[in-house]
Design a protein around this ligand. Structure first.
Ligand code: FES
Length: 150
């Protein structure tokens, strides 16, 4: 599904997952996407021989590039679950959830920030750079499960 399709669906009040939001709940802080960088019990813990997570650098870049109003960055001190693939990043957006694992190099974080800035400036979801293709993984046992509608 292209970002144009998504924008068209949003304009019509449609959701990709088919689940309706409560009309009573409308956050004033809606964003294009939400990036969660894990810094839990394993991710970024160099004592466990995991690569470091450049937390302060990420926060500084987010401020410097003024990304917060369009893209939320959360540094999670709670484990996101798949520690065996540390370091882990989870990206949520209207087009779904992307899980990235084994993020080891500072330049991977730099590419992520550059991409986030491009998304923010364009005000549209752009494809994740192909350099992350080898880092994508399925978090769930079956991609076929969905929330059942009553
Ligand atoms: S600490 Fe990051 S997935 Fe567990």
């Amino acid at each position: 599904m292209s970002s144009g399709d998504l924008n068209s669906m949003q304009e019509k009040g449609m959701r990709v997952d088919g689940i309706e939001s409560s009309p009573k709940l409308a956050s004033r802080r809606r964003v294009l996407m939400h990036i969660i960088v894990c810094k839990g019990c394993c991710c970024g813990v160099t004592e466990k021989r995991k690569p470091s997570v450049p937390v302060e650098w990420l926060k500084r870049e987010w401020r410097h590039r003024r990304l917060s109003t369009s893209i939320t960055l959360t540094i999670s001190e709670g484990c996101l679950g798949p520690c065996d693939l540390a370091n882990v990043i989870c990206i949520t957006s209207p087009s779904g959830v992307v899980w990235l694992g084994q993020i080891k190099r500072h330049k991977d974080y730099a590419r992520l920030v550059d991409w986030a800035e491009a998304v923010s400036r364009k005000d549209a979801l752009l494809p994740l750079p192909s350099t992350f293709d080898s880092h994508r993984f399925d978090r769930f046992r079956s991609p076929l499960f969905g929330f059942e509608k009553k």
